[in-house]
Design a binder for this molecule. Sequence first.
Ligand code: GSH
Length: 207
Amino acid sequence: MIELYTWGTPNGKKASIMLEEVGLPYNVHPIRIGEGDQFKPDYVKINPNSKIPAIVDTEGPGGKPINIFESGAILIYLAEKTGKLMPRDPVLRIETIEWLMFQMGGVGPMFGQAHHFMRAKKDEIPYGSERYGNEAKRLYGVMDVRLKGNDFFAGSEYSIADMAIYPWVARYEWHRVDLASFPNVKRWFDKVGARPAVVKGMTVPQV
Ligand SMILES: N[C@@H](CCC(=O)N[C@@H](CS)C(=O)NCC(=O)O)C(=O)O
């Protein structure tokens, strides 16, 4: 059984989308990050970085329980455990990892900062909004070029790279991006968003 510790944010939804895609049974444990659940000692034993998501696989390698934190690591772990959603072809595999890392090091932190400066503060801070808003738009440009002539980030194969990026693009209004300006991203977004596992994964946790 997979125990999923999550909240309704883009990083959390990556894990629930993946669990829905691979069809592994899982229990959801809501971690209310606005109320500080992520800092409680029992949770810090699972994720020493006090962020969501994290999973516990009660039947990990060698049949022993294993704790996993960092959403990218969770996606790779579940792909390797199930043999799904990570291409086997060596070129497509490294392309998947490239775009997963692009999300982890670029899309997530930059969009997250854009949200912080544009929304989370009572008084918007123009310098932060401009800096991270511009970087968000630049990243959309990179994605639009990649998706021109490619159905997915790993070319023709839907993969964990798409699952990592989708929940962040789903907040395009928060970082004030007009998807119509990035038609290839829009086409990809609509296609990925129509997958039943994505629709379901995006609603976790239900509290
Ligand atoms: N690199 C981490 C980032 C996780 C992260 O920032 N999670 C946010 C929610 S999207 C969180 O737990 N925030 C709570 C806090 O910062 O205290 C991952 O991808 O798992």
